[in-house]
Design a protein around this ligand. Structure first.
Ligand code: ATP
Ligand code: MG
Length: 429
């Protein structure tokens, strides 16, 4: 701040400094960006308006026609949506449900929808509590839903069904996202699918389950399959031109004229390489703008997108190694060192990695782990997708296993150093 004050402490001058720091000038407020006009359009998991949704007409039409049956006394199908991450599954379900609520509000038979996104501590009971809470929050005369103290059955019989009956006689749609993350999802799906016969409710109750883990299909119990009888919907990754269209439709997040022509094609191309993930595309698009903003540039260019791509890599990598013990991180660091020193090589054997790792461990002043533990930790990284491994047989050396980094060396290194204080000290960061 460079304030030259009197040598003696002076209350007034301190006061001014604090006020200056706290003061936010309208013009240089952080919220004032020269790049973003409507930043919320690029917020992660923002559900865009219909006119911004691209290339999912078949899924939207299917779901809308299916849900419409609730209004005409025909029997709608429960739905399970499958597909890789960022392919529009959540978006389609939420969008159609919002429209359904809007279309039936104010009619004789309004329909209500609830959206459940499980966390690791979701249970059978907490799920029915959440459904009851959401439905009551939308009701004109809500019941009080206590946070605890009721069984799942009571949450349904006392807090859910009476309100749906009274205020949403058109029925209830429950979206359960990421069903594979929910420890008791089989029980939840089973109960929901039997509510008409078991709980004696006389309005339709429909479930839309969502997952990006296709293997989970096999974990849905057969009794659930047979009562739920779901219509399975598969979402395929977006093609590059669809990603271009998705981004074009949100171009107005930026001020007119700040996007260089190459920005959208470059962003779409990079996201298409990652199995056509729209979330990644939107995230890159936004990060590129943020980088331009931070660097004080007036125009967003393809270079900003490339910088953003590296950052996204680093962020994703850091998510993958969250919770990894120090020795696991040092082994990866050793591998990046080998990679850098041997540009012509891609695969490294356990013994080579272990040797470099021992040096790194001593450098950061921890006792290195033995060979077998190192092998175990390296194989953990294979499970989480940080490393690939292959076993090689033959030669004079017998069998051995070697490893290769999945991501690029530099972002792996940056991510490792960012998430490891010991490495930061070592590298003088
Ligand atoms: N067809 C689309 N049109 C416009 N934007 C889209 C489209 N599909 C996805 N998006 C954007 O990508 C984001 C991610 O999509 P969505 O949440 O639906 O993915 P998902 O298939 O549910 O992925 P996950 O399995 O990781 O949850 C959305 O918030 C939205 O911003
Ligand atoms: Mg989703």
């Amino acid at each position: 701040m460079g304030r030259i004050g009197p040598l003696m402490p002076n209350n007034d001058s301190t006061q001014t400094t604090v006020d200056e720091i706290l003061n936010v000038d309208e013009e240089d407020s952080e919220d004032e960006s020269d790049i973003f006009e409507k930043p919320w359009l690029l917020e992660i998991d923002n559900v865009p308006d219909a006119n911004r949704i691209v290339g999912r007409d078949d899924h939207i039409t299917f779901l809308a026609k299916n849900l419409r049956k609730m209004r005409t006394n025909s029997v709608p199908d429960n739905v399970l949506e499958w597909g890789e991450t960022g392919t529009g599954k959540t978006l389609v379900a939420r969008h159609v449900c919002e429209r359904l609520e809007a279309a039936t509000a104010g009619t004789d038979s309004p329909i209500v929808t609830a959206y459940i996104n499980p966390d690791p501590i979701s249970t059978y009971t907490s799920t029915f509590r959440k459904i009851a809470e959401q439905v009551n929050a939308k009701a004109e005369n809500p019941l009080d839903v206590p946070y605890q103290g009721l069984s799942a059955e009571h949450y349904r019989d006392q807090k859910l069904w009476p309100v749906v009956q009274r205020e949403f006689s058109g029925g209830l749609v429950v979206i359960i996202d990421e069903i594979d993350k929910h420890g008791e999802v089989n029980e939840v799906l089973y109960t929901l699918s039997r509510s008409q016969s078991k709980d004696d409710v006389d309005f339709p109750v429909l479930t839309i389950g969502i997952s990006n883990d296709i293997e989970f299909k096999g974990e849905i119990e057969s009794r659930v399959q047979s009562t739920l009888q779901p219509e399975h919907r598969t979402f395929t990754p977006y093609e590059e031109d669809q990603l271009i269209a998705i981004l074009e439709n949100r171009r107005d997040a930026f001020y007119d004229g700040v996007l260089d022509d190459e920005v959208i094609p470059t962003t779409a191309e990079l996201a298409a390489e990652e199995h056509g993930d729209a979330r990644r595309a939107v995230r890159l698009f936004r990060n590129a703008g943020e980088i331009a903003d931070e660097e004080g540039d007036d125009i967003v260019t393809a270079n900003h997108v490339l910088e953003a791509d590296e950052l996204v890599e680093v962020e994703l990598f850091m998510e993958m190694v969250k919770g990894t013990p120090l020795s696991g991180k040092l082994l990866l660091f050793a591998l990046t060192r080998l990679d850098r020193n041997n540009p012509e090589k891609e695969w490294f054997r356990t013994s080579e990695i272990h040797e470099v790792y021992q040096t790194v461990a001593r450098d950061v002043e921890v006792e290195p782990k033995g060979y077998n533990r190192a092998l175990e930790l390296l194989n953990k990284h294979v499970t989480t997708g940080v490393l690939e491994s292959k076993k090689k047989e033959g030669g004079d050396q017998g069998k051995f296993r070697s490893y290769s980094l999945q991501g690029d060396v530099e972002s792996t290194r940056t991510g490792l150093i960012n998430s490891t204080p010991e490495l930061q000290t070592l590298m003088g960061w």
